[in-house]
Design a protein around this ligand. Sequence first.
Ligand code: NOJ
Length: 765
Amino acid sequence: MKWLLSAGVAAALVLQPALAEDFFGEHPLTPRARDAFVSDLLKKMTVDEKIGQLRLITVGPDNPKEAIRDMIEKGQVGAIFNTVTRPDIRAMQDQVMSLSRLKIPLFFAFDVIHGQRTVFPISLGLASTFNPETVRVAGRISAYEAADDGLNMTWAPMVDISRDPRWGRVSEGFGEDTYLTSIMGRAMVESMQGKSPADRYSVMTSVKHYAAYGAVEGGKEYNTVDMSPQRLFNDYMPPYKAALDAGSGAVMVGLNSLNGTPASANPWLLKDILRKRWGFTGITVSDHGAIKELINHGVAKDPKDAVRVALTSGINMSMSDEYYSKYLPGLIKSGDVSMAELDDAARHVLNVKYDMGLFNDPYRHLGPKQSDPENTFAESRLHREEARSVARESLVLLKNRLHTLPLKKNGTIAVIGPLADSQRDMMGSWSGAGVIAQTVTVLQGIRNVAGDSAKIIYAKGANVSNHKGIVDFLNLYEKAIQVDSRPAQTMIDEAVAAARGADVVVAVVGEAQGMAHEASSRTSIGIPQSQRDLIKALKATGKPLVLVLMNGRPLSLVEENSQADALLETWFAGTEGGNAIADVLFGDYNPSGKLPVSFPRSVGQIPVYYSHLNTGRPYNPEHPNKYTSRYFDEANGPLYPFGYGLSYTTFSVSDVTLSAPTLRRGASLTASVTVSNTGDRPGATAVQLYLQDVTASMSRPVKMLRAFKKVTLAPGASQTVRFPIDENALKFWNAQMKYAAEPGAFNVFIGLDSARVKQASFTLQ
Ligand code: NOJ
């Protein structure tokens, strides 16, 4: 027997020899060996045991440890989520091995979205690096730390395209663009799963939230999605497909409905597309409570019906409700759910357990008990260096008037703002296994990096918000934000006094962690009023004003853009966020991040995304015409476009050269530009290639990102960047839902953001 049991259980365990022989040992990790093993195992299982495999639960008030022990003994649970320490995980796996009849290992899952013990920048920040290699570093370390905690699966990557910043979950994804999200999602899957999810330090990924959850109406959480098949397949589906092509073992199903059918009740999504068309062989998992919610959606009349609908639609595992266990036995008995359907769902669960190597060694990610870390939260378990370097690359310089940045490491710096010294907020959403006290704030980072040569004065200046409803919302489950009870004006006066005594003001403002999360949709996307009052007062001091933004969605920043001398977008930058931000503020690192989302000027403009279709009456800012597609009461277009971000140096981009004027099918052509560093310090920038299908059978976007490359250049240096283009880059789902590239003219745009580009054209024959 290959696996090791923890002391105590090993002694108590009496494995039936035949079972042990069949079961644990060297099972080759091939689909063929797996299918044979699982078929054999299914034959030994009772209906209840099969149903048990479909149940995914969390330990908590609804399921206390004793109740779970009982369920494990009876084979009524297939996997656990939200348990994140080796001793706790080991205790449950030990129970399986000692108490259950078939000893089918549990798998353990958690939301490891942008880090486990070490917290990396939120996914929007990761996307801002425009560097998949950097995202792989974050993915690899996250998986390493998760596996080192005993976990087998992560509920990541989240690749929902979202073009509505009112939605709080924009923070969890890689932004508005299909191509960028696909690349980053793939990088996450490959780096987290490694060569195999069965490897000691890999975890299986679960791409989410299938499908199109990011397009909820009005950005309102858990809402309705309705869209054309062309938009669905051209814009929203490719990232899920890319993650699956990269080998993601699981799919989490969205809580939304799509064209009237909830995703969890949608056999077209879960069977026809996912399995038949895309050939997916892993598991589908419903999102939290989604099966119960089918009743509210109005597609199931009662709990039993909800279970029938979900299972027969293709939901294999049910997250966090007891419905499958309660109602499936009766449904099987009555024949409303067939044994074949139950077997199919159970088979998928067993398959992924096999793929995770759990039948070779149920303690695969646990090792012997003696190897457990003495302290789960030990500093030595963190990967600070990597966190700092990833975070630096995620920062986006939005404005830098008169070289306000970088700051000098001398004189007096006033560090102001409710987020300047907030460890919790720096971690961002879904950072549950990170330790707040281990996180570096901007204030700490500035002190670390500036050392003793600069004088740092700090004042909070304002609360995140003074709006009681918002504060109550944020503090609903725990004290997430500390409200200073002093009058707002007193706090502002203190900050203004600090600013007056300083050479420069660094104000750290934006959203609290809880404002950009699940269930945190907003109707306004501005900085809260309390902080805007503070910014106004700081501006009035006349001191150079640097705004460091912390937020998990594009914000409307028209006013702040005019007030600030410099603006640095830092998202929620994670454990080493403060140090990374200080590295950029003082110029020890030259920023190179680019926006993965357009920043609207106001809520009224939403949706604002660069890859929109043209209209019959496009707006032309150089010749504004009344009867064009525009708003008359505000400047049109985003405040900051997709792909935008400055550097402390400057770059120039040459005209675009094409290797040929025409592209033949099956061949490729190359588009190239020469990028030069025209400034006086080394720097990096992401060169971006966009395509436009000028005339097609359907209107096509004015631009679509199809390639990007990050280049690092010394001052005065140049590099030619070449992008191959082939027919695949031109394909789209047309009105007949045929995926093809149509002959005709194409524009190629290359630039350092989506708005300022050089153009060339070719023809597809
Ligand atoms: C609900 C969220 O929608 C999903 O993203 C998450 O993975 C699960 N809860 C588990 O925490």
